[in-house]
Design a protein around this ligand. Structure first.
Ligand code: ZN
Length: 461
């Protein structure tokens, strides 16, 4: 335990609050109740880790219920898809390092020469220590494994890495224990249809599904080219259907949604914002070329398919989580989603992430009864983005429309993100109180709703 940790712990203990308090300075713990509130994690990818691996052109954890591995270590947390990407963008050439040593990738190298990998990673972790991802991982590992990554070295990583490995050998027991420690609930996760319909290991699947709530990813079904995709092929084989025209596509999508609903699915999710704009104008059957796989023809077909999914979600009153911003700028603005919000009044449109379109998102949420925002992933991207988001949303959008999930690849990263949520909520709300704009009870209401109640109400859980 370092000095800062000892100080925070002592202050937290003195204030009678959990060890999860972040930002607590001596004699200045504001709104401490927020640290004990349950944070529902409504958009998560826990288990998207290298050792748990890939299946069906995606992460195994998204396609196989009950997926786990006996090989998860500290290196999975350091080289999860997010952190690995950020470290690479920051100049850490993990591929070059691994291939110079004769390894296929950095995880293979970490298995044989872990000290070398830690030594190479340290300067990059240090330079990214103030960014969201490293902050969240540091806070999460400190809380859940009582190890300070700020003190990480080639000579001390082994004990914490072994401890992480031991926890992950009972992965779903670990998730439950970690959620209790971090005052979290959920997770709700976006999955492929096979996650819902197949049982590779029935006991493990049952353990995961006893607390995990699935949402179906619909991205795999948005173009004919996707028929080459394993998840699309799986769906055609499983349902015994191949969509070719308006009637067969409608039947295909209806059957997907029926099967998903029958297997406990609670909503749908898409990430089209990563590859095109969010202007899904409705289109008549006659105007669609159902074999189009590029250009305007494909775009029109995608618009038609998204509208059919919305009709299905509307009939069920389901939430539809939609990625906004963070990629494909400036094409990923949420403003065109107003078309869908008006056409499908019973769909709860949950715009997720939303940076840098904070004002645009706030506008839609304020204007449409069925529009919501979940700031998930912002703490992991940047606690500064997250603070800006809270400043934009609190004060403009009604209290029942804001959610604060994590969008994390591991329960450790989620636990760190949840601490950032709480620290920044306390800060922004305390300022509003000090400015005489709201009272403490209003701040606590908002925190309780945003951290947990809203996600449960929107997802019907
Ligand atoms: Zn996500």
């Amino acid at each position: 335990m370092n000095r800062r940790q000892a100080l925070t712990g002592a202050v937290a203990a003195a204030a009678g609050i959990g060890a999860s308090a972040v930002g607590a300075e001596e004699g200045n713990v504001r709104l401490p109740e927020i640290d004990e509130m349950t944070n529902v994690c409504a958009h998560e990818h826990w288990g998207s880790l290298p050792s748990i691996g890939f299946a069906g052109e995606g992460f195994r954890a998204d396609n196989v219920a009950g997926a786990g591995s006996d090989d998860v270590t500290l290196f999975d947390l350091l080289f999860c898809p997010y952190l690995h990407g950020f470290l690479a963008q920051g100049g850490f050439d993990t591929h070059g390092l691994a291939s110079a040593g004769g390894y296929s990738d950095i995880m293979a190298m970490a298995r044989q020469e872990p000290e070398k990998v830690i030594a190479a990673a340290l300067p990059h972790l240090r330079s990214q220590r103030t960014t969201g991802a490293v902050t969240c991982l540091t806070l999460g590992v400190r809380l859940l494994h009582e190890f300070d990554l700020d003190d990480l070295s080639p000579s001390n990583f082994r004990a914490v890495s072994d401890r992480i490995n031991m926890r992950y050998r009972n992965i779903f027991g670990w998730y439950r224990q970690a959620m209790e420690t971090a005052h979290m609930a959920g997770p709700y996760r976006a999955v492929g249809l096979s996650f819902l319909l197949e049982r590779e290991n029935p006991q493990a699947a049952e353990r995961e599904l006893s607390f995990t709530k699935p949402l179906l990813r619909v991205d795999d079904y948005l173009s004919p080219a996707h028929k080459a995709n394993q998840r699309f092929r799986y769906t055609m084989d499983k349902l015994g259907m191949e969509p070719t025209d308006a009637a067969t596509w409608r039947a295909f999508i209806g059957e997907i949604m029926d099967r998903a609903a029958g297997a406990g699915c609670i909503g749908i999710k898409q990430l089209q914002a990563y590859s095109r704009d969010l202007d899904f104008q409705p289109v008549g059957d006659d105007a669609v070329d159902f074999s189009a796989d590029e250009g305007e023809g494909l775009r029109t077909l995608q618009n038609w398919i998204v509208n059919v999914f919305c009709e299905e979600a509307n009939a069920r009153g389901w939430p539809f989580q939609i990625h906004v911003g963070t990629h494909n700028l400036p094409q990923s603005s949420p403003l065109p989603l107003a078309t869908l919000m008006v056409l499908y009044p019973s769909v709860k449109f949950v715009m997720i992430h939303t940076w840098p379109y904070l004002d645009e998102t706030a506008f839609l949420v304020q204007q449409h009864h069925n529009a919501y925002v979940d700031t998930c992933w912002l703490p992991i991207l940047s606690h500064s983005h997250m603070e800006a988001a809270l400043r934009t949303y609190i004060g403009y959008v009604p209290g029942h429309k804001l959610m604060l999930s994590q969008d994390a690849t591991s329960v450790e990263l989620a636990a760190g993100s949840s601490q950032v949520n709480r620290a920044l909520l306390r800060k922004v709300l305390a300022e509003k109180i000090d400015d005489g704009l709201i009272e403490e009870r209003h701040a606590l209401d908002l925190a309780q709703w945003a951290l947990g109640d809203n996600a449960r109400a929107v997802h019907g859980t």
